[in-house]
Design a protein around this ligand. Sequence first.
Ligand code: ARG
Length: 579
Amino acid sequence: MQDPTTQLSNAFSKAITTAFGDDYASVDPLIKPSGNPKFGDYQANVAMSLAKRVGDNPRNVAQKIVDTLDLGNWGEKLEIAGPGFINIHLKADYLVSQLAAVAADEHLGLDQADGQKVVVDYSGPNVAKEMHVGHLRSTVIGDSIARVLDFLGYTVIRQNHLGDWGTQFGMLIENLIDEGADAGTHISDLKTFYQGAKKRFDEEPEFKDRARKRVVALQGGDEQTLQLWRKLIDESKLHFNHAYGLLGVLLTDDDIRAESFYNDQLPGVITALEEAGQLKESQGAKVVYPEGFKDEQGNPFPMIVCKSDGGFLYATTDLAAIAYRMNELKADRIVYVTDSRQSQHFAMVFQTVLQAGLNTTGAKLDHVSFGTVLGPDRKPFKTRSGDTVKLIDLMEEAVIRSQKVLAQKAADLTDDQQKNVARVVGIGALKYADLSSDRIKDYVFDWDRMLALEGNTAPYLINAYVRIQSIFRKGDIDLATVDASKITLGHDAEKALALKLLQFGNVVQSVASSLEPHRLCTYLYELASGFHSFYEKCPVLKGDVAPELRDSRLALSALVARTLKSGLNLLGIDVVERM
Ligand code: ARG
């Protein structure tokens, strides 16, 4: 179904072409929810920009649009205001029929895309390295994007581009041997393991020498070396899966397509670049010059794809991965979620694909970049001793802290229930703090803010959901029995809430196109706030509320609860029924 924003946009587009001609078919009517009943339910702001193009004044342009516009039986009235805003008032029964359609649909009224395939490349931790706070962002943002696209009916293929290849495996394997690789023990702490290997590599010439030889053996396919290498991968996967489990993300072992998977496709990448006439030599290395990239002196900036010793690079692997995703996975769109320090890398890879004609399927390539997590000193977030913060530690602390915050609420829950609530709220708060800030920007990590029960936080949203559940519990009413077609919108707060509910579809669509989950967070926060002001002004269960009005308000509340739950789910955040 079409939400009001889309429906209005279509009606306005039609009016604009009728009034001004087909040249204006692609003009965006700029429909926005007004946010204030004084200015109607929605506003169209197109007249101001259109005026310049058609050479008339904005109010005349607005008048022409209004005269031509056909809102069928759903428009109440139109007003032209100020310099040329068009205020749109919609009929209450139109809004109610929209709400009923949304409520009747398992996808809350969202149209389903027909099977377009989207690859989402996210998380991508590195073998034998501890996942840190930086991986939180890729994992959480990527997972939310995957969920949103899936909810919209895309076929989502998650790809975990695990870093499992490179010269560092020489020292890691040697360290594994020295620590007793065969003893059947597990690496308890990846961070200590990696740092230990690195320290020995830097300080012990004999170890360094062994490590170097080990790299050669690994690249040469020596079976014993490969076994040790696989052990490192399996050990690391245990750690990653533990983190994914706690975090509640969708990634499984099936989503792993690690760097080494592409090893035997790398020579083919070089051949393809050569055949496309893109391969150049620079100081013994094989390079590509992606158009538009210059070094500091203004000279063409190369992307190395094969070192002078024959070794391949991160970029070579990414070129092979793109080919695989286009040709084997048949992706229509490929989305990469990494921090903004890799922006140039992806821009160069995408440009290379373009100029070498390797994009055989016309797939759309997107880099979803994000900023850094900062500490209170506004420097990259570190532990007190200046170490990187382990993701696992962060999650554990989130749960402990949320337990403390929730203790003040003193709900009558069993110990187990309390633990579960603390986990859901704590992990939810951690993820939400990350998702709710504009991803491009850095954000300051702040426990108190993310766990606050007021404000744009997960605890606030989960609490709003719990509150609605408790209304139904108090009234002893089954949430599934309410009838959205019986909703009446007599009070301003009811209408405002209805309008907010009807924006859900448009917001989710905008997350899918912009790949910016914070838009959904902002929306859910506004929805929850809208619910709270509705609930203050419009009693639901009080004795003097007529039964029809009570049922209408219950139906409205039920739809808010469902929308909150679905919305949070799209962010990868759970809800609880009481807290
Ligand atoms: N392993 C990389 C890192 O930790 C992330 C991989 C991103 N995906 C890719 N196709 N390059 O930075």
